[in-house]
Design a protein around this ligand. Structure first.
Ligand SMILES: CC(C)(COP(=O)(O)OP(=O)(O)OC[C@H]1O[C@@H](n2cnc3c(N)ncnc32)[C@H](O)[C@@H]1OP(=O)(O)O)[C@@H](O)C(=O)NCCC(=O)NCCS
Length: 159
C-alpha cells in the first residue's frame, strides 16, 4: 500500500517532462496516477533536474528539463523511466541524470542498476556510454499504439 503522498511540485514537474518527452506511438509514458502511486512507495526514487543538469529542490522555481524514476529492491535498483524535454536534448541533461542516479544509488547501498528498453530506442547510446551491458531480451514484450509488438532488452551495470 502507498505510504505517503508525493510533493505536488515534484509530480507536476515529472508530468510536464513525461507529456512532452515520450512518443505516444510507443505507449511508454506513465499517467499522473501511476507516478503518484509509485512515488508513494518508500523504495521508489525520483530526481528532477534543470536545463543545466542540476537537481531541483521541491520548491517553486524554474522549469524542469528532465527526470529519472527508479525503484530498488535490496541492493538492486531498476531504472523505470528517464526523460528529457525534446528542446533540451543532446546537451548532457540525460547524462547528468544518470550521474546523479549513480551517486544516490551508491549512497543507498545499491550494487547494480538494471533497466529494460524497447529495441530500437536511441536511448541505447546513452546507456552504453555509461557502461550498461545487455543481459537478456524479452521477445515482443512491448505493445505499440498500432498493435505491433517490440522486444524489450534488459541492460545492467554494477556501480
Ligand atoms: C534518452 C534521453 C533521456 C537522452 O537525453 P539527453 O539529455 O538528450 O542525453 P545526453 O545529451 O546527456 O546524451 C549523452 C550521450 O548519450 C548519447 N545519446 C543520447 N541521446 C542520443 C540519441 N538520440 N542518439 C544517439 N546518441 C544519443 C550520446 O552519446 C550523448 O552524448 P553526445 O551528445 O555528446 O554525443 C532523451 O532522448 C529522451 O528523453 N528520450 C525520450 C524518452 C525515452 O525514450 N527514455 C528512455 C526510455 S525510459
Amino acid at each position: 500500500m502507498p505510504s505517503s503522498a508525493p510533493s505536488p511540485i515534484l509530480l507536476d514537474r515529472i508530468m510536464m517532462v513525461m507529456e512532452a518527452a515520450f512518443d505516444p506511438a510507443y505507449g511508454e509514458a506513465w499517467n499522473r496516477r501511476q507516478v503518484a502511486d509509485a512515488l508513494a512507495m518508500p523504495n521508489t526514487h525520483a530526481l528532477v533536474v534543470d536545463a543545466q543538469g542540476r537537481p531541483m529542490p521541491d520548491t517553486p522555481g524554474t522549469a524542469p528539463a528532465g527526470f529519472v524514476l527508479t525503484r530498488h529492491v535490496l541492493d538492486e535498483e531498476e531504472l523505470l523511466l528517464i526523460a528529457v524535454m525534446p528542446g533540451a536534448r543532446r546537451r548532457g541533461v540525460g547524462a547528468a541524470l544518470i550521474e546523479h542516479l549513480f551517486a544516490a544509488a551508491r549512497d543507498r547501498g545499491i550494487a547494480r542498476i538494471f533497466l529494460e528498453m524497447r529495441r530500437g530506442n536511441p536511448a541505447i547510446a546513452l546507456y552504453q556510454k555509461f557502461g550498461f551491458e545487455p543481459i537478456g531480451d524479452r521477445r515482443n514484450y512491448y505493445r505499440m499504439a498500432n498493435g505491433e509488438r517490440v522486444d524489450a532488452i534488459t541492460f545492467a551495470r554494477s556501480i
